[in-house]
Design a binder for this molecule. Structure first.
Ligand SMILES: Cc1cc2nc3c(=O)[nH]c(=O)nc-3n(C[C@H](O)[C@H](O)[C@H](O)COP(=O)(O)OP(=O)(O)OC[C@H]3O[C@@H](n4cnc5c(N)ncnc54)[C@H](O)[C@@H]3O)c2cc1C
Length: 423
């Protein structure tokens, strides 16, 4: 028991807790500096790992409530019954055991940029020399009449992976053949711009196999959507007549929902549906708002050379919460932000000379099983702002062999990025 208590004490002291007389011990051990990372997703876990593995003696603490992380990326394959949830689930053991990241499974509730502290829901207080905030997204629950956290238990967004993703899968499985599935994507910017349309494609494949009389309605808050001609090419070929797109210019986009009657209302039109996937407008995760990191649009402006906040010195924001346009809100972007941010933190704390180079990556969209298209982009900081310097999109009319090879590349990408982040 005494040993257990001592182990816990050492863990907490090392995390930079404000624990009065013993602080000197932690400081001696962490001569390289204390870094606290809030959020153990694609961005935060990657940054924690890079810093802990840097060999610069940093004391790195990762605050993340979940004990395992389910990726949103590739979750559409699970929803369509093409991949298991286990294959999308990753733990934090490698980060803590191999790299020495101190992982605390708690929620960060308050950041004090002046005192350089983070308070956790359990009451613990962490101190930091540099703070990395990577909380992902939160939803604007006031944007759609009737759609709040309770309605999301009936009309799931499935835009944060885990329970919501499983709920949508169960609802689609339970739906009768001949039912209607409605997807309501939001206006930009939002997490993973192509993912609603990949979801429509893969659910259409599931319907084609299991419930061929069913229909999909995409009630879009936009007039056009990314990779539209590639998706429409695939829908015409694989799922003719199954997917109907209602752009905002005709429907006005989603206005209200009534989960009790499974009704979705657009401008002047009501849709009675069997399964509704309502993806509300988004903003940076709540803690970023509390910490004073957001602009009036709800996202966090950063210096693209370091991903340091434009509002608070010493705090970096990475991943979907950061305002890093034209980079999309994607896991591949989050990983690149983490790299730039880790270099900047090392420079600040250890005198390393960071030189942010080119940021690049690719997003895969499955339009059918073993059939994927890809958007590869490269970004660089030009004149103080992030700019896209290259874009390479799968062309229309590619052969089945090329599309199958692209799907395999996507699988390799998934295996690579998750191994990079979680080990
Ligand atoms: C259906 C779908 C498909 C996608 N497909 C792709 C794809 O193919 N390729 C791609 O690159 N991207 C894809 N994405 C996007 C990708 O999932 C996100 O861009 C990525 O997860 C963003 O990483 P992040 O670290 O910013 O946020 P997240 O991965 O969401 O991580 C944030 C973490 O912070 C934690 N957190 C939040 N608040 C607190 C707090 N107060 N205290 C402690 N912890 C907190 C959360 O628990 C969470 O684990 C997809 C997204 C969706 C929805």
């Amino acid at each position: 028991m005494a040993q257990k208590a001592r182990r816990r004490f050492l863990k907490l002291a090392g995390a930079g807790l404000v624990a009065a007389p013993y602080l000197w011990r932690r400081d001696a051990r962490a001569a390289g500096g204390r870094v606290v990372v809030i959020g153990g997703g694609a961005g935060g876990a990657m940054a924690a790992r890079l810093l802990a593995a840097s060999g610069k003696g940093l004391d790195v603490t990762l605050v993340e409530p979940k004990t395992s992380y389910v990726t949103c990326f590739f979750s559409n394959l699970y929803i369509a019954g093409l991949r298991s949830l286990e294959s999308l689930t990753h733990g934090y053991d490698v980060l803590s055991e191999r790299y020495g990241v101190r992982v605390m499974h708690q929620v960060a509730v308050a950041v004090d940029p002046e005192k350089r502290t983070v308070r956790l829901a359990g009451g613990d207080m962490l101190t930091w020399d540099r703070l990395i905030v990577a909380p992902g997204i939160d939803f604007r629950w006031d944007a759609i009449d009737g759609y709040g956290p309770e309605a999301a238990e009936i009309m799931p967004h499935a835009w944060q992976a885990g329970g919501q993703t499983e709920l949508l899968r169960r609802q689609l499985e339970a739906m009768e053949d001949g039912g209607t599935f409605l997807i309501a994507p939001p206006k930009s910017p939002y997490r993973c711009p192509t993912a609603p349309y990949e979801r429509a494609s893969l659910v259409a494949d599931y319907f084609r196999r299991e419930k061929p009389k069913s229909k999909i309605i995409i009630l879009d808050a936009k007039d056009i959507f990314p990779l539209q001609d590639l998706f429409e090419e695939a829908w015409t070929r694989f799922y003719p007549g199954m997917i109907e797109v209602l752009p905002a210019e005709f429907s006005g986009g989603i206005r209200a929902v009534d989960p009790a009657t499974m009704t979705v209302t657009a401008d002047g039109e009501e849709f009675k549906v069997d399964v509704a996937n309502v993806i509300p407008p988004q903003a940076a995760g709540r803690i970023a708002h509390q910490a004073g990191l957001v602009d009036r649009r709800g996202w966090c402006p950063v210096n693209p050379m370091s991903f340091e906040s434009s509002h608070q010195a010493g705090i970096h924001i990475i991943g979907d919460a950061a305002l890093a346009s034209p980079m999309p809100k994607a896991a591949y972007s989050a990983r690149q932000h983490a790299r730039i941010c880790a270099e900047a933190v090392l420079e600040a704390l250890s005198g390393e000379n960071a030189k942010p180079g080119v940021l690049g990556g690719a997003c895969w969209s499955h339009v059918a099983p073993d059939h994927a298209v890809r958007e590869r982009a490269t970004f660089a900081v030009v004149g103080g702002a992030l700019q896209r310097i290259e874009l390479d999109i799968s062309p229309i009319g590619e052969s089945d062999e090329v599309r199958a090879a692209t799907a395999r590349d996507g699988d390799d990408w998934y295996a690579g990025i998750t191994a990079d982040i979680f080990g």
